[in-house]
Design a protein around this ligand. Structure first.
Ligand SMILES: NC(=O)c1ccc[n+]([C@@H]2O[C@H](COP(=O)([O-])OP(=O)(O)OC[C@H]3O[C@@H](n4cnc5c(N)ncnc54)[C@H](OP(=O)(O)O)[C@@H]3O)[C@@H](O)[C@H]2O)c1
Length: 256
């Protein structure tokens, strides 16, 4: 089993949901954490919570937008060109409209965040890993990166792109002691739906009505398992859905 103690980990999108849960999981394994998101107060709250359990933990907060052109320089300065593990997680969906009714700004935000920024973070960090001779990358895919659904054209397209990127990167890094992995969840109850429906909590909650979704901790446990396997083992991808979900659009609900 891989010892994760003192590994330097960058988690993008650490202020809520899956990224936050992963920070908690890896803090328990003694990692040094670089936690990135835009909301400073959420990151500070997470830092306080983590330090209550272990005040020896090394945590650096990076309050930044992943789409910012300055991001590579910022990461270079803060991480000092050494990251052992990248959890490439920051991402979002905006809206559930068909393409003809979609807002172009929403489309652009998804493309910029889920594709351009996610690829750029890898473009910045991978050369450090190659120079260091080791590294692990987990990209956040989605079942939306394997199966499309009406009203999800752009979001699905971004996650299909992440899937292609992960696969090609895995081929490019074979034999270089870099493990490129992906986790592709179905429904996870995080802030994802609240963001998607722009703060409409009632609509966001209705997504999970009458069914038991996954939670961030489920995904964090699986990613921690992926990282903990011996180095010669690469868990290429985990595709995971709640018991009540059969596909992006087939959901069993026990109540209306
Ligand atoms: N929840 C699901 O059902 C589900 C299913 C499959 C895949 N995923 C994927 O899992 C990942 C995490 O989502 P989640 O479910 O944990 O949602 P979430 O609770 O909304 O978390 C998203 C995280 O991304 C950060 N983020 C978004 N845009 C950013 C930007 N421009 N710059 C920096 N950080 C940004 C947010 O932080 P700030 O707002 O503070 O910046 C937040 O920490 C995403 O890639 C999502 O596509 C989610």
């Amino acid at each position: 089993m891989e010892n994760l103690k003192d590994k330097r980990v960058l988690i993008t999108g650490a202020s809520s949901g899956i990224g936050r849960a992963m920070a908690i999981s890896l803090a328990r394994r003694g990692c040094e954490l670089f936690l990135l998101a835009r909301r400073k107060e959420k990151l500070e709250e997470l830092q306080r919570d983590l330090l209550v359990d272990n005040h020896q933990l090394k945590i650096t907060l990076i309050v930044a937008d992943v789409t910012s052109p300055d991001l590579p320089n910022l990461l270079r300065a803060i991480c000092r060109e050494h990251v052992d593990i990248l959890i490439n997680n920051a991402g979002l969906a905006l809206g559930r409209d068909k393409v003809e009714n979609s807002n172009f700004e929403d489309m652009k935000a998804m493309l910029d965040t889920n594709i351009t920024a996610a690829f750029r973070v890898v473009h910045t960090i991978l050369p450090w890993m190659l120079k260091h001779g080791a590294g692990d990358i987990i990209n956040l895919g989605s079942i939306a990166g394997h199966r499309t659904y009406s009203g999800g054209a752009i979001y699905c397209a971004t996650k299909f792109a992440v899937d292609a990127f992960t696969k090609a990167l895995r081929e490019e890094t074979a034999g270089k002691n870099i493990r490129v992995m992906q986790i592709s969840p179905g429904m996870v109850d995080t802030e994802f739906s609240t963001v998607r429906f722009k703060g409409d909590v009632k609509t966001a909650n209705s997504v999970y009505a009458g069914m038991k979704p996954l939670v961030g901790e489920d995904i964090a446990r699986m990613m921690t398992f992926m990282l903990s396997e011996p180095r010669h083992v690469v868990i290429d991808e985990i595709i995971t859905m709640p018991m009540d979900q059969g596909s992006p659009t087939t959901i069993h609900r026990s109540s209306p």
